[in-house]
Design a protein around this ligand. Structure first.
Ligand code: SAM
Length: 205
């Protein structure tokens, strides 16, 4: 039971399963007592709401990073394309309007700080230590590696790295998130906190 979880949370567009959302909230609840949380890949704000509610309980902040132009699979003609999130005039995806609406309706405007930019550009001058980094952005190998390299370096000791869409079987999903998960484990910098569904958690030693 998550206090203040919007009653219509299941209607918010997104890609987080119920058990993953619960686990994300519980880890964020612990981690955000140490400092701010950053997610890469907010889309319409579903994961942001779980992170935001956890951060609010600790007077903390969630930086919600997304260029809101969609990943490869959201583009026109691709499998996860949503016409309601397509700006036909400009010919581009735009999930920011829907994101802002959902965050406002959840009462989280004071907790969620949107960073509307590409992951690499946003990281260029970033200096704030992070208590939790949730990676759920682009799923190409280049994008996942960029997210891991740019953002895991900002995790404070004891901070949590969460990576979504981990599939050890290539038939079930893309392998890029799993590749950075293995990279993090091989680095010796993290303790494994286990996996819930396709969401893995590691703690920075
Ligand atoms: C799978 S969706 C995120 C789903 C979301 N976490 C949820 O709970 O439903 C991936 C998001 O990552 C964003 N994205 C992809 N590549 C990015 C990049 N290089 N920089 C910033 N955002 C990116 C896309 O715009 C998209 O909204």
């Amino acid at each position: 039971m998550i206090p203040d979880l919007p009653a219509d949370i299941d209607t918010i567009k997104g890609f987080l399963a119920e058990d993953e959302a619960q686990a994300l909230y519980q880890h964020a609840l612990q981690a955000s007592a140490l400092g701010p949380v950053l997610e890469i890949g907010s889309y319409c704000g579903k994961s942001t709401i779980y992170l935001g509610l956890a951060c609010r309980a600790n007077n903390s902040t969630v930086f919600a990073l997304d260029h809101h132009r969609g990943s490869e699979e959201h583009q026109l003609g691709e499998f996860f394309h949503d016409p309601a999130l397509y700006d036909a005039g400009e010919g581009i995806m735009d999930s920011f309007r829907e994101f802002r609406r959902n965050i406002r309706r959840a009462g989280l405007d004071e907790v969620v700080v949107p960073v509307v930019a590409g992951s690499e550009a946003a990281a260029r001058h970033w200096q704030t230590p992070l208590a939790m980094v949730f990676i759920d952005g682009g799923h190409s190998l280049a994008a996942a590696l960029t997210d891991y390299r740019c953002w895991s370096a900002h995790l404070m000791r004891g901070g949590v790295l969460a990576i979504h869409d981990l599939f050890d079987d290539a038939h079930k999903g893309g392998q890029a998130p799993y590749a950075i998960y293995r990279l993090a484990q091989a680095s010796g910098l993290f303790e494994n906190l286990g996996q819930v569904n396709s969401l893995g958690f590691l703690r920075r030693l």
